[in-house]
Design a protein. Structure first.
Ligand code: ME8
Length: 661
């Protein structure tokens, strides 16, 4: 059967491999993923491309520093980038590496087309060059020093191939006029139009001073300039010279940060025009996430990493924050404080709370089956109207890339439902026929609103909305709901609710921030060897094999990274199918934690209740036999079989939450 779906192709930048992804890169990729999910719900066949930009002097240097060949260095980095996107649930449909053979061929083909059409010529490039770093320094003047090593630059002339960018001033300006949506937002478009109106200089697109690059066939030592190489990756990802077969070119949407706008809106369309290939339909330029009002960079030590946030609050919380906090297109400040505050207010108290209280009331009053509504009163109709209008508003804003506004509209509907429940007070109604009918109407109305906001929020919160969908017992998957057919009144009744799951457990703000920061610190400054978390002859009771005492000594600053506190065991139970593990809940002063401990063969669960133990509280949560464990109980490992003996405080009644130092 022929595939009737319209196609939609979108891309993130092809990221550099001389560093690892931070929240800025994650931002673009998250937005791309949300658009991909949204377009799929609107009936498109979508391809989203991301990848790694692996050539150039910076990679040469980084590989040299790491003492490995460039090919090995970039292979490792590409694996790390791809793994991160996969782990975060934002995998590419096409992950393109600029060292892929298919890409190399596409770049060489594009060059050939540009040359055949008369837009490439050989010339000489004169620039300021650092002989120590083997690199031209763009925009430097004679007499300047190298921004990297501080040594004097030299004026060097090198033979290059040039691209006749100057010939594209008029074609580009005409193109912008004919395609007014090509550059978005509007302010960016004006900036680029004035830049192009100011005149375009020809561009050198090959280098002979760089070794690690795609060779120009028959012209060694020429290699392609990194941008001629990297931009072409968008086309290589969907077929390269055979792009027509796959049908995804021209690209519908390039998402980029404002740092790379010229490359995408001036050079890239000009290269394609020169090759007589179709030009992308749109470039959407977003702003930067700043840390304390400056751009993040590893050297400034102010990068925010995505993994610790996802570990602590869940990926959906990070996605929600990135897309809700800042107007897409503008710069915004990143702060952990704002992140955790939004998590608690909008997710835990907002969506999470509405879902759990609605489910709990349906459970209590209707045996967990979604009731059919009785007669409707004006206030029920009013909420239905809010939901219906939210559908239109949320779509319209999303289509306009006003993601924050779209989410704002969805969350206003959640607030309206909360208000509705508070004023209708279904819990105050009795068991008479009339009261039961009224309760049915109220709970149906609330559940229906919840269904609608769940569908609308799915592109941004894919994991948690899937849970709410299952909780509402609705058929199929939320991801397969067709947005075009979404209307009030489609809630399937009579179905049994799914199992309640903790959606967004509330967190203590200070503690959450400390834990995220500790995990980030660990990731940025990994311990050189396996860290010795517990003293010699001790082990952790986390169910993992007893670790041998580490031989290395650690400094006090390493020990200080481990946060141990006095906890009190509140509940303890065995875990079916895991005979060594106990599932404990432990009061650590600021909250109650669920922790799994590998002590089931030596401790009776009921005898543990009330016992005070030492808990490592700043470990990343993990799952043991499918059960979440959020911390670690400290125990000595005794005898050849490593019998765990819990560390404790028999002599004094220590306060719960006291820190062990
Ligand atoms: O420029 N805030 O790669 P790159 C928001 N390889 N977005 C940010 C950000 C921040 N603080 N920091 C990075 C390159 N980004 C080239 C691209 S494309 C053919 C070649 C995002 O690793 C944003 O999308 O430096 C920005 O444009 C991109 O990462 C730069 O990634």
């Amino acid at each position: 059967m022929p595939n009737e779906k319209p196609k939609f192709y979108l891309t993130t930048p092809i990221y550099y491999t001389n560093g690892l992804p931070h929240i800025g890169h994650t931002y673009t990729t998250v937005v791309a993923d949300a658009i991909r999910r949204y377009k799929r719900m609107r009936g498109y066949e979508v391809v989203m491309t991301t990848g790694t930009d692996e050539h150039g002097v910076n990679v040469e240097r980084a590989a040299q520093k790491a003492g490995i060949p460039e090919s090995e260095y970039v292979a490792r980095m590409a694996v790390a980038w791809k793994a991160l996107w996969d782990d975060l649930g934002i995998p590419a449909d096409e992950f393109v590496r600029t060292t892929d053979l298919g890409h190399v061929r596409t770049v060489q083909w594009l060059f050939k087309l540009c040359k055949e059409n008369g837009y490439v010529y050989k010339g000489h490039y004169t620039g300021q060059y650092c002989i120590y770093d083997n690199a031209f320094v763009n925009d430097a003047k004679p007499g300047d020093t190298c921004p990297d090593c501080g040594r004097p630059l030299e004026t060097i002339t090198e033979e290059n191939y040039f691209f006749k960018l100057s010939a594209f001033q008029k074609p580009l300006l005409d193109f912008y006029k004919k395609n007014p949506n090509f550059i978005q937002p509007e302010t960016r478009k004006n900036e680029i139009i004035s830049f192009v109106e100011g005149g375009l200089k020809d561009l050198s697109i090959t280098r002979t001073t760089v070794r690690w690059g795609i060779p120009v066939p028959g012209e060694e030592p020429h290699v392609f300039y990194v941008w001629f190489d990297a931009l072409t990756a968008y086309l290589s990802a969907v077929g390269g010279p055979d792009y027509e077969k796959r049908g995804f070119w021209p690209c519908d949407l390039h998402l980029v940060g404002k740092d790379i706008i010229r490359f995408h809106t001036v050079y890239w369309p000009a290269f394609l025009m020169a090759a007589m290939l179709p030009v992308p339909k749109q470039v959407w330029v977003h702003g930067w996430f700043l840390m304390d009002s400056t751009k993040m960079s590893k050297s400034k030590g102010n990068v925010v990493l995505p993994r610790p946030i996802a570990n602590m609050l869940g990926m959906d919380a990070m996605r929600y924050f990135l897309m809700r906090e800042v107007v897409f297109g503008q710069d915004g400040n990143f702060s952990y404080d704002a992140l955790v505050t939004r998590y608690n207010s909008d997710l835990a108290n907002g969506l999470g709370n509405l879902a759990s209280r609605t489910a709990a009331m349906i459970e209590k009053n209707f045996g967990g089956a979604i009731p059919k509504p009785g007669p409707r009163l004006p206030q029920d109709e009013a909420l239905a109207k809010v939901a219906s209008e939210t559908i239109g508003e949320a779509f319209e804003q999303f289509e306009n890339f006003a993601f924050a506004r779209s989410l704002e509209a969805i969350w206003a509907a959640i607030a309206a439902a909360d208000k509705y429940l508070t004023s209708e007070q279904p819990w105050a109604l009795g068991d008479s026929e009339a009261d039961t009918q009224r309760k049915a109407t109220i709970l149906w109305t609330t559940a229906e609103l919840l269904r609608i906001v769940t569908v609308l929020a799915y592109p941004v919160l894919p994991d948690s909305t899937a849970k709410v969908w299952a909780l509402l017992g609705q058929p199929g998957r939320v991801s397969s709901v067709e947005l075009d057919g979404l209307r009030w009144g489609q809630l399937v009744t009579g179905v049994q609710l799914g199992k309640a799951q903790a959606l967004f457990p509330r967190v203590d703000r200070q503690e959450a921030i400390e834990r995220i920061e500790a995990m980030a610190n660990e990731e940025l400054n990994p311990a050189p060897a396996a860290p010795a978390v517990v003293p010699a002859h001790a082990t952790t009771a986390s169910g993992a094999a007893a670790a041998p005492a580490a031989a290395e000594k650690i400094g006090i600053e390493d020990f200080a990274k481990v946060e141990m506190r006095v906890g009190q065991i509140k509940t303890a139970e065995r875990i079916v199918g895991a005979d060594k593990l106990l599932k404990l809940t432990v009061d650590i002063g600021t909250e109650i934690r669920q922790i799994c401990a590998g002590i089931a063969q030596y401790y009776e669960p009921e005898k543990l209740i009330g016992r005070k133990v030492a808990v490592v509280v700043n470990l990343a949560p993990r799952k043991l036999r499918g059960v979440e464990s959020n911390g670690m109980i400290v125990a000595a490992s005794v005898g050849p079989e490593g019998r765990p003996v819990l560390a404790g405080f028999p002599d004094e009644d220590v306060e719960i939450g006291a820190r062990l130092k």
